[in-house]
Design a protein around this ligand. Structure first.
Ligand code: B12
Length: 500
């Protein structure tokens, strides 16, 4: 900032003013923070409204601050809907400012099909920080601007046409067919193991030192736009030096985080009697007598036409209720981001973007590491189905263990609203310090929640696109209006990444 200010005082005018915000209900902003730094380094002025920002605040600030572009960020699916809402509002209120769309859950295809048609102004999807300056330049240059916007709009139209024909061409199987082609755990020869305890356990103030041994450093470099695997990245001819510098800084901060207790970690885990029911759902019982259903979890089943392999649904990894075999499910909520606000406020007061992003990136690494650690303890002690497991951290990262821990929002269970049931199951309102926003994002941001499945054949998969018949059936089973199910699910169901 001091350099940029000095340049300004030497008469170098700003390239333009960009308003950035993570949309309502979403809590993540590392990606957006990096975009802001890159824009600033290229002589753009940025105003960052932070996270969970309602549309009205963004729109009001855009006028008050007379900005040139609005940039929206979102990490999880429900944010896509919020972006569509923003575009509608901008149209309704006669805005003409260009919109830049970014964040892990966004895509060119969603921007083309859902956002752009709502707004006559320009809506441009930006894949990563390195492209933000190019797009901003194109949107603001006096000459060539109109041609650029025309080109973006033409590309969007082509994508819409391609998607419509893809959707017609891609046949989906019927629900009867895919259910008949489920993975049959009752025929798999697996005998479920009873967990060492049933019910909920809470782990407050977990040792950050212990968690730190489980860190997977590769995504840390990705967060800083240095793509490559750890530790091979250190040998890269160009990136190696920077990667090492970054890593040394991260280790130094990690030491302070642990020694000076900058963050606290908490986990809540639980194990429950459960069986699959009606093919795609899971009954969780109040006790091992299995007479009373505590709650029902809802699954989405793959609906693509398959011949050789099963059409999977997570419920397949439990024994069906009709088999009479006692089976179990686990659930977890972990965070390592408690108390992060205080230090972030200090860094932000010093305009120290570097350390602010560094702390968020390390907190995220610790959250994922804590998830790995608790999953290992689950396999070895809490559930105990792999009590002799001895794996190195590399082997853990490569998932060389039995069982999976799918998280609501991931491709095997794309419905974020199932987190409400997870919260109920783990009595999270009383026990967990993690809360859910109106879009089912978790706060603090460095948090993960999900389910444990022990079946040896359990694998991560993507549901892919599903048909209206499944949406209707799912809405009925979930007792939720179809329109609402579509709101939560439509973007994932209709916009597979390979569409773009
Ligand atoms: C690391 C990671 C995490 C970390 C940290 C998240 C974080 N800080 O972003 C942790 C472990 C905490 C996490 C948790 C969860 N995650 Co996660 N996570 C990821 C992962 C692997 C990488 C995200 C990341 O950090 N990328 C690096 C940063 C720098 O990139 P970025 O945020 O995308 O930003 C770049 C661009 O998008 C762009 N950009 C971003 N914003 C903006 C704004 C503008 C204006 C512009 C121009 C550009 C721009 O520029 C940035 C820099 O290049 C992604 C998968 C993936 N490959 O993207 C899943 C992913 C985002 N996670 C996902 C999910 C579901 C979750 C959870 C809900 C799971 C759960 N039930 O616990 C939670 C939610 C956490 C919460 N608090 O609510 C899903 C979201 C899918 C969806 N459809 O909703 C993804 C896509 C995984 C997947 N394939 O399903 N996650």
């Amino acid at each position: 900032m001091p350099y940029i200010e000095a340049e300004k005082s030497e008469g170098l005018s700003s390239q333009g003013k960009i308003l950035l915000a993570t949309v309502k209900g979403d809590v993540h902003d590392i990606g957006k923070n990096i975009v802001a730094v890159v824009l600033q380094c290229n002589n753009y002025e940025t105003i960052d409204l932070g996270v969970m920002v309602p549309a009205e605040t963004i729109l009001k600030t855009a006028i008050e601050e007379n900005v040139d572009i609005i940039g929206l960020s979102g990490l999880i699916t429900p944010s896509l809907d919020e972006m569509v809402h923003m575009a509608k509002e901008m149209q309704r209120l006669d805005y003409t400012l260009p919109l830049m769309i970014g964040g892990a859950t966004t895509s060119k295809i969603h921007t083309a099909v859902k956002i752009a048609p709502q707004y006559n102004g320009a809506s441009v999807h930006v894949l990563d920080a390195s492209r933000a300056v190019g797009v901003a330049n194109n949107l603001l240059q006096k000459e060539g601007r109109d041609a650029y916007i025309r080109q973006v709009k033409e590309e969007h139209e082509a994508l819409r046409v391609r998607r419509a024909s893809n959707q017609q061409a891609r046949k989906l199987a019927s629900m009867d067919q895919v259910r008949a082609n489920r993975f049959r755990s009752e025929d798999s020869g697996y005998v479920p193991v009873k967990p060492s305890f049933l019910g909920i356990r809470q782990f407050d103030d977990y040792s950050l030192e212990e968690i730190s041994h489980y860190i997977d450093w590769s995504p840390f470099f990705q967060a800083w736009e240095l793509k490559g695997r750890y530790p091979a990245i250190f040998d890269h001819p160009e990136k190696g030096v920077h990667a090492h510098e970054l890593y040394d800084d991260a280790r130094a901060m990690l030491k302070k985080i642990i020694d000076e207790k900058w963050l606290q970690a908490q986990a809540v885990v639980g194990f429950f009697p459960a069986n699959s029911v009606d093919h795609d759902d899971i009954n969780v019982y109040t006790d091992d007598q299995r007479n009373t259903v505590q709650l029902k979890l809802h699954g989405i089943r793959q609906q693509m036409v398959k011949r050789e392999t099963p059409n999977l649904c997570l419920s397949d990894y439990l024994q069906p209720e009709s088999s009479g075999v006692a089976d179990y499910i686990g659930a977890f909520i972990v965070t390592s981001g408690l108390g992060i606000e205080e230090k972030l406020a200090e860094f932000e007061a010093d305009q120290d973007d570097y350390n602010s992003i560094m702390l968020k990136a390390i907190a995220d690494r610790l959250a994922e590491a804590f998830t790995e650690l608790m999953h290992q303890r689950t396999r070895r002690e809490f559930w105990g189905y792999a009590s002799n497991e001895k794996l190195t951290n590399e082997e853990l990262i490569k998932e060389k263990y039995q069982g999976i821990r799918p998280a609501p929002g991931y491709p095997a269970c794309p419905d974020h609203t199932e987190k409400a049931l997870l919260w109920q199951l783990l009595e999270a309102d009383q026990r967990s310090k993690v809360s859910l926003t109106e879009s089912y994002a978790m706060y603090p941001a460095a948090a993960v929640s999900g389910f444990y499945f022990a079946h040896p054949d359990a694998r991560y998969f993507g549901t892919g696109r599903v048909g209206q018949d499944q949406v209707e059936d799912y809405a009925r089973r979930k007792d939720m209006p179809k329109a609402e199910v579509e709101r939560w699910l439509a973007p994932v169901l209709a916009y597979e990444p390979d569409d773009s």
